[in-house]
Design a protein around this ligand. Structure first.
Ligand SMILES: [Zn+2]
Length: 434
């Protein structure tokens, strides 16, 4: 294997250090290392972070390869600084059997850009009626530990209870998409002043909060692990804070877009802003930032949701919900959390690598940058200023809400077990991996 000497990288934003990578492992760390390596990388001004881990990615394969494939999605992940992603189960067919999760896992292995951990569906066909084969998915080669019907809510309390009980046996976790279905029938955007003015069907905060409240109580009752997907309201934060205060095993994630954007953008009627859960108010954004800073919300998760142009370039009511996010997540977090003084880079490493890896029980990821650890690293240039150009994305889809927006920072390099997947901001060619 090629060895690398990264020179003068700011470890978690601290003092410049050299990092020697040999055989995929961090061999030495220190100032002015004299070791010989095959390749020297000048990392002056760059911040070294552990490879990012996403708990919530839609890779769309199998079934919607027109939107994304495991290859293009993991390339987008690498460009965003990720070394591991959890692939959501709402594919065609649904990832509700050992066969489908193994297929996704193998496609990830073959891509070489990023580790792919398949998420298993909680219920057969995401239909909410019958538990899927959770045990078989866990025992498969994919070793599934995270289960979710994401896109749909496990709204039946008995099914949710059984799922929580079942995953306990192997330290799994149920990741809930909290959306009370009856309260959100016909919902098009956040319920509030803007929805009233625009005459669009409202999506009340209580539809999210009621499910989270029920689920934290259920998780406590059965003594199991609950993870709450894409928390979007101030009230949800309060419930999670209360549950954590009780000592219950509840974790939560927030998306980059819910940390930056508000429902005021819907006034444009541009479906690029249509997402599930919807963009909320400035007060919600404020509460989410505070909760991520104080650790009530454990992780940033992208909810990267690629859609082909024909599903987005239409009228608001007909448009698909979701935004791509892998390639802009770190920049959005820099703007929303670091430049506001709410998180330092150590905090970013914790919320985007350490904690998501721990929630997914992912071995070899989310580790400290220390001697002997696998070299899963990202070198990030926080001083870079640029305009988001979706045409330069690796993802197959272009539905980004940040088009034309100036965002800070850029991923300079990503290493997956010592193999660069991105160098000088560009993807490494598939033939040159490994
Ligand atoms: Zn969701």
């Amino acid at each position: 294997m090629t060895s690398y000497l990264i020179r003068n990288a700011q470890l978690l934003g601290g003092d410049p250090q050299d990092i020697l990578i040999v055989d995929g492992v961090i061999r030495e760390i220190g100032a002015g290392l004299t070791a010989d390596a095959d390749v020297d990388i000048d990392a002056h001004g760059l911040i070294a972070l552990p490879g990012l881990v996403d708990l919530h990615t839609h890779l769309r394969e199998p079934g919607r390869e027109d939107a994304e494939t495991v290859l293009t999605g993991t390339q987008a992940a690498a460009k965003g600084g990720y070394t591991a992603v959890h692939a959501m189960a709402n594919t065609f067919p649904v990832a509700d059997t050992a066969g489908v999760v193994e297929q996704v896992w193998r496609l990830g292995q073959a891509s070489g850009y990023c580790d792919v951990r398949p998420v298993g569906a909680v219920t057969v066909g995401l239909e909410g009626r019958k538990l899927a084969e959770l045990g078989a998915m866990h025992e498969s080669a994919a070793e599934v530990r995270v289960f979710s019907d994401d896109g749909k809510c496990v709204d039946d309390a008995v099914i949710m209870r059984r799922a929580l009980e079942y995953v306990k046996a192997f330290d799994g976790v149920v990741a809930q998409h909290a959306q009370e279905p009856r309260l959100t029938e016909g919902a098009q955007m956040n319920e509030g002043q803007v929805s009233g003015e625009l005459g669009l069907g409202g999506w009340p905060a209580v539809a999210e909060e009621a499910i989270i409240a029920r689920d934290v109580l259920l998780a406590a009752h059965v003594g199991s692990r609950l993870h709450v997907c894409h928390v979007s309201t101030a009230g949800s934060v309060e419930i999670i804070r209360w549950a954590k205060g009780k000592g219950w095993d509840v974790t939560a994630e927030v998306t980059p877009h819910h940390l930056l954007l508000t429902d005021e953008l819907v006034r444009s009627y541009d479906p690029v802003y249509k997402v599930n859960p919807p963009l909320r108010t400035a007060a919600d954004v404020h509460a989410l930032r505070e909760a991520l800073a104080d650790g009530t919300i454990d992780a940033v998760a992208t909810d990267h949701a690629p859609h082909p142009a024909e599903d987005k370039d239409c009228e608001w009511a007909a448009a698909a919900m979701g935004m791509v996010g892998l390639e802009t997540a770190l920049s959005v977090v820099q703007q929303a959390m670091v430049e506001t003084g709410l998180l330092n880079w150590e905090g970013v490493a914790d919320r985007m690598s350490h904690r998501p890896a721990r929630i997914g029980r992912l071995a070899g990821h989310g580790r400290p940058i220390s001697v002997g650890e696998p070299a899963n690293l990202v070198l990030f240039d926080p001083a870079y200023r640029g305009t988001v150009n979706p045409e330069s994305f690796a993802t197959r889809s272009r539905n980004t809400p940040y088009r034309g927006l100036d965002l800070p920072g850029r991923v300079h390099a990503t290493f997956l077990r010592g193999v660069p997947t991105v160098l000088a901001g560009e993807l490494v060619e598939p033939g040159e991996l490994g």
